[in-house]
Design a protein around this ligand. Structure first.
Ligand SMILES: [Zn+2]
Length: 164
């Protein structure tokens, strides 16, 4: 296990937080999640990855919340951004497990907030596509859950934009 906290040539302070990401964003199951390892302390199974950069280091570091707080000397924002993502993940899983209906072709659909969501199964490939109102998503997904998550992310993104 790598522990960069003990290496003298890796700065402990002066890092800037660039972003926090949820690596299970696309509706993956727990088993399929590719957890990351904190590049600073070597802690494994990190789901919420904090991306930080430093003037003297070429590479961006992907670390856990605790390390991000120490490295940026910011004990507010890393935790806040991680909490936002966690809340979003809760809303997304509620959305995926909602009672979707089946249309006459056997595809699942849901009407919500004035929008019509359809998960379409391509019989040839067995993969799934999503449609929001009249707009088809471009991507194919392996599972219904992933397609539903994509629809959620799409509408969530639009909502965030409207709030600006
Ligand atoms: Zn760490």
């Amino acid at each position: 296990m790598n522990n960069h906290w003990n290496l003298p040539d890796i700065p402990h302070k002066g890092w800037r937080l660039l972003d926090v990401i949820d690596i299970r964003e696309d509706g993956q199951s727990v088993e399929d999640t590719d957890y990351e390892t904190c590049m600073m302390c070597g802690n494994e199974r990190i789901r919420y990855v904090h991306i930080v950069e430093h003037n003297e280091i070429d590479e961006e570091f992907r670390v856990g919340c605790d390390c991000a707080e120490k490295m940026t000397n910011d004990y507010v924002n890393p935790g806040q951004l991680e909490r936002n993502l966690k809340n979003r993940a809760v809303r997304r899983s509620k959305w995926i497990s909602k009672e979707w209906h089946f249309n006459e072709k056997g595809n699942q659909y849901l009407k919500k907030d004035g929008h019509y969501f359809l998960i379409f199964k391509d019989t040839k490939s067995g993969k799934f596509k999503c449609k929001v109102d009249e707009i088809w998503g471009k991507k194919f997904f392996n599972t219904v859950e992933e397609a539903k998550a994509a629809a959620f992310n799409g509408i969530d993104y639009l909502k965030e934009k409207e709030e600006w």
